[in-house]
Write a protein that binds this ligand. Sequence first.
Ligand code: ATP
Ligand code: MG
Length: 429
Amino acid sequence: MYKTTREVRGLSPGDPARVRGWVYRHRDLGKRVFIVLRDSEGILQLVASEDSGSEVLEEARRASIESSIEAEGIVARDPRAPGGVELRLKSLRVVGRAEDFPIKGGESIDYLLDVRHLWLRSRRLTAVMRIRDTLFNAYRDFFRGRGFWEVSPPMLTQAAVEGGATLFKVDFFGKPAYLTQSAQLYLEVLIFSLERVWTLAPSFRAERSRTRRHLYEYWHLEAEEAWAGMEDEMRLVEDLVAYTVKRVLDERLEELELLKRDPERLEPSTKTPYPRVRYSEAIELLRRKGVDIRYGEDLGADEERILTEYYETPFFVTHFPLELKSFYMKPDPGNPGEALAFDLLAPEGVGEIVGGSQREDDYERLLNAIRSRGLDPRDYEWYLDLRRYGSVPHSGFGLGVERQLMWIAGLDHIRDAIPFPRFRDRIYP
Ligand code: ATP
Ligand code: MG
């Protein structure tokens, strides 16, 4: 019946075809009307001329920008048409005529956020959303292939995972509850039955400062495995990232091209292992570049950007000072001041896309860590129970989907990696 714009481009001159979509460009030359049709697969030029008949020509004039249309015609080659193919129309019907479309080009970022529901039709955002879909499929295929179980933790929670400062509080029948920052503690529960689990779900962070790589609501890919140490977990993470980059290169080259993202820059990241650098070495590298930072201080976005200049693939930073990391991370037995924790930093200035660690599996030490951070052990009773009934060495990680997408698609701001970004001053559309 209907063919997509992509399918029509594969037909031969003289073939008939029916298409449908939206008017992307419109040019009325009097005796001929050129329409560029847009569908989810791409664009295609349609031409109405006197040969099409006066009714078709008239309807083509009515087909304003962003009107939805159905059309039928004969395929012809024309080097001037996008993709070198056009459809010479025999019939055309405007399905839903568009009023004067408010986006004409050159609008401010602020305005485009106001009309996000219309701006999502842009070819650029469409390309990003298609790459996003490929990532989601690749994550699922990867974990299935590795024998992980997909699980569904709650979004409404009762305690902090990553520190109270970024918790969103909600009124839960008169009692406080919080939107989840991470599914980790729940994944830890589930490894005692399923051993290897993963989930892909929203996380919420009430970040205090606005940056180009923080969202308030983002999609978080998290995995947890029993019987795994930090090294095992790092190998899992690099295999996952390399695999997903490869999938994008195999399936989404057109989209990368549309985004002017050079696939050659991504190619090295399809191979593992990724480089590993200890936090203490990273501090040395930074100091050598003239950065004023001392052992014990956290790596911010600026420091991470400078470190990425040393590598062309993602790389791990490992063994952070214990105080910089969350209460559940296990100290390195050989060096108890440092955590068996790692971040994976993406190249080209992007920085952290994954945070992971081996978890503290000893009851007493975990209890002390909770207390020493001023947290209330009563909030973590069920979590502590996991160390009282058959504790097991285990590790896990969390990956920010929009962070990875930002890197892969070459976006300069995270807001375009998600269809409906939430902002402090606007939760619209
Ligand atoms: P950052 O230091 O960059 O704020 P984090 O260390 O607080 O991140 P984690 O708690 O380690 O973040 O969360 C795991 C992953 O989730 C991060 O590596 C990152 O990819 C992603 N992430 C964290 N916070 C956000 C956010 N506000 N918006 C988008 N992605 C995020
Ligand atoms: Mg982190």
